[in-house]
Design a protein around this ligand. Structure first.
Ligand code: ZN
Length: 68
């Protein structure tokens, strides 16, 4: 478990979240992309892109009931 913290996206409503481990809170990470290459059959490449785990937010929700 990473460190948790609270954020408020709407006034008065606080959510417990933790830093996204995949992108380390940056919201971007190296994501594998398939590149189509008709001459050579294509290949996979890593590109800096929006983190798929946190949708670019840098943190993910914590299920407080499951923490204990
Ligand atoms: Zn992330």
């Amino acid at each position: 478990m990473g460190e948790t913290f609270k954020i408020s996206r709407r006034p008065g409503i606080w959510e417990t979240v933790q830093e996204c481990e995949l992108c380390e809170g940056r919201g971007e990470t190296m994501v594998e992309h398939a590149v189509v290459d008709y001459m050579n059959g294509g290949y996979l490449t890593d590109r800096l892109d929006t983190c798929p785990d946190c949708d670019g937010e840098g943190h993910v929700p914590v299920d407080e009931d499951a923490e204990e």
